[in-house]
Design a protein around this ligand. Sequence first.
Ligand code: MSP
Length: 637
Amino acid sequence: MERFYITTPIYYVNDVPHIGHAYTTLLADVLSRYHRLLGIRTHFLTGTDEHGQKVYEAAKRLEISPQEQCDRTVVRFEELWKRLEITNDDFIRTTDPRHKGVVQEILAELFERDEIYRGDYEGWYSVREERFYTEAELVDGRSPEGSEVEKITESNYFFRMSKYQDWLISYIGENPEFIQPEFRRNETLGFLRQPLGDLCISRPKTRLPWGIELPFDSDYVCYVWFDALVNYISAIGYRHDEERFASWWPANYHLIGKDILTTHTVYWPTMLHAMGLAMPRTIFAHGWWLTNDTKMSKSIGNVTNPMEMADKYGVDALRYFLMAEMSLGKDANFSEHAFTLRYNADLANDLGNLASRSLRMVERNLEARIPAPDPTRLGAAEEQLRAACLAAVEHMEDHLTGMSLDRGLAEVMSAVRAANKYFDQAAPWKLLGAEDEAAFRTVLYNTLEALRIISGLLYPVIPEKMRELRRSMGLPEETLEPRLEQLRSWGGLEAGTALRELSALFPRIQRPKKKADPKATSKRDAPPGIQWIKYDNFARLELKVAQIRSAEAVADAERLLKLQIDLGDETRQVIAGIAAWYQPDDLLGKKVIALTNLEPAEIRGIRSEGMLLAAKKGKTLRLLTVDGKLPPGSGVS
Ligand code: MSP
């Protein structure tokens, strides 16, 4: 592929953007960034759909002009894209003269060629809703909204869409990649089993004055979809800069939500065909973001504002969640609870932990320079780690082509876990100070090298944080944004390179307390005295193996001991009420189980960050310990 042109739908400027809108643009951004990483010339277009009934009505409600409505609302989109680090190459507004002119030229040409004709439109019109319904859409002689309808005939202009029906059916049949996923392709083919009518492409100004005027009849404006779809070609110079146009068209991907499938897979291809233009390679329809299984939409009032999420949790966290959580093509639920779970598990625990503990160890023990690995120390564990990272690169590329980004990300996360496992098993802290310094250096080199590849692979999704991480690893400025080529081989880190400071990448989110759900616990089927809980509730507890490094009595509190516990990558202070059962010295070196996401507390004015688990019966209390060898920081599940 020598170039990549990707588009998003252009958004109506009748309201502020929500997570559903942000998603498509983000997806296009991530795909664009990956293609740039592959060294492919990329053009990424987004924009706003500013004509039509919806925008006109929004303006009327606010008692402002439609143009004013557009100018005010477009800013919300532009600001959001900036905040979400969207790297679009162009932003088209359908009120731009460069767009309006092209729409008028297309209309004039198609009218001239009799692809557009004047005819009568007969239908059921609701004065209250200002729109037509077909006979089949009526419910008991009224509009589906319940308003009165009257049969009226209106003179209008029509595009001869029907004559392209057979052509479209065979085109879809012959080009399996044209509409994706495959079940959406079948949906369009199903729709095309009914006879296709001609498309009414005009609205009389008496009914809707806001739109692009028809060049051959000033009493009418162009139907908003016929106008909007043209953005994909007007923005790249159709009819005005043929060279530029030819260098991008046909688009590689039109990304859309599933609700605008027919307009994109029936109206648009037939329009293009009538204009004598090639078809886009793929129209890809993704699913919806839902709130509690219902489509997120302003009219339902269940929307999440992406700006607020970015302010609360950071842009990168939001980008990662949206990309990792939705299987392309399917619907996905959005909830802050799921967001927090995924963030804490993937970003704070797995990735953040890997980065902070390995870099800190190099900082403290190797004068903050990348160590030289010892080639004689490369064994099966190193080979496994190398294979896991390089496989993640390959898989990510395959998943990009297959539009299964969530699975690509899952592969990268499994490389992160492989690196954590390697680190845990090699236990470099044990090699510290021992005579085997070469082994220590080798483990750290390999862990950082894994991190170099992983951070490069995640760059398109979490650009800000991966840039920070790569900078702190001492990578040269020009490779902070990597090329995929640089990730395909092992050993890219140069020994001796100085690290730079690293701030906490993904601080843990204290999970919001969920409102009690009466359905979550069911006393009905539980034995007396037991209240079932959902596994989710248990999973919210973060339990870890902790090694007690020091213990001392607390002045004036005879039941308390002050402990320093080692959690692998950090040491914490915990105040435990166990002095009646343990002498401080009995505790040193013991591996116990700690609850580590308990809200920190002040006990007798001393900070306590966590709690040790113990079993108690009558007057006896014993701490829970681990049966066998496990390093501090190991998870408990
Ligand atoms: N203006 C038209 C598109 C014209 S393209 C030539 C339009 N605009 S829209 O603002 O209503 O929707 C834009 C996109 O947002 C659509 O792809 C739609 O599917 C998507 N989403 C709106 N709500 C959504 C969710 N809850 N979830 C995911 N995407 C959804 O349609």
